[in-house]
Design a protein around this ligand. Structure first.
Ligand SMILES: [Fe+2]
Length: 258
């Protein structure tokens, strides 16, 4: 274990102890596989990953890639916050490059990507051929439309533009922040989102201590929701943001049947 990883795990231990949590560090930080059915009816396998962040996280890239591979997905959807900092791009390429050996990879940018000047166009340049970045655009795949918006949290999402040319259902929409549901409900079959990290720190009965969402969207912390017939899955994500701390909120990858 290198010094940086040791210090990060120390921070996790200190925060967990300070909050009185019973979960061990390993439990708090071990990647879980959540299984979810989406109502596209196209009988395809996919995996959602999100909020990889890299330098502000402690998970192992090799382990994450192996967990994704075991699900034998045809598609892998990354719902943003690919990196915390531009210096994380080589790690992002390492992970997405390994995944692109066995699945088609699609990405939408998150707020942290935007804060690093990595909107869809720049993020595509940075990731090269390891992934296809969707920024207010859509693409027709095998039996369904896949649309992707720029980050809603920083108000770069343009759903109308993303859905231009989409002339049939089912439609799967990728968006970093679940607040997209305000305009996507009833217009697409399903939404995949991330951004919240599930709150990262959750207390019994109280739930998430803090969620980076406008008040009217804070109920979309993580899990499956149905709004006006549109199913949305909000993942807790793979990495962590500013602090590598999780409590009662383990990181996950999401194995999907479409
Ligand atoms: Fe994030």
């Amino acid at each position: 274990m290198n010094r940086r990883r040791f210090l990060k795990l120390g921070a996790v231990a200190a925060a967990t102890a300070a909050l009185g949590g019973g979960a061990s560090i390993t439990e708090a930080m071990s990647l879980q596989v959540t299984r979810q059915q989406l109502p596209l009816g196209v009988r395809r396998r996919a995996v959602q990953i999100s909020d990889t962040h890299f330098s502000t996280s402690v998970y192992s890239i090799e382990e994450a890639v192996e967990l994704v591979r075991r699900e034998r997905p045809e598609y892998v959807f990354h719902t943003g916050d690919v990196v915390s900092f531009r210096r994380d791009i080589p790690k992002a390429k390492e992970m997405l490059g390994a995944i692109s050996e066995f699945a088609e990879v699609y990405v939408v940018p998150g707020n942290h990507d935007h804060w690093q000047g990595l909107g869809a166009e720049e993020l595509q340049k940075a990731l090269g051929d390891t992934a296809e970045v969707l920024g207010n655009t859509s693409v027709y795949l095998d039996g369904f439309w896949l649309a992707g918006v720029e980050d809603p949290f920083t108000y770069h999402a343009r759903l109308d533009k993303a859905l231009e040319g989409v002339d049939s259902q089912p439609v799967l929409l990728l968006a970093h922040s679940p607040q997209i549901i305000g305009e996507a409900a009833g217009r697409v079959t399903a939404v995949l989102a991330g951004h919240t990290h599930g709150g990262q720190v959750r207390l019994p009965l109280l739930g998430a201590l803090w969620l980076p969402l406008p008040k009217e969207y804070r109920r979309f912390d993580y899990g499956s929701f149905t709004v006006s017939g549109t199913v949305m899955y909000v993942t807790r994500g793979t990495g962590t943001g500013w602090l590598p701390v999780r409590l009662n909120c383990p990181p996950e990858i999401v194995s999907l049947r479409l």
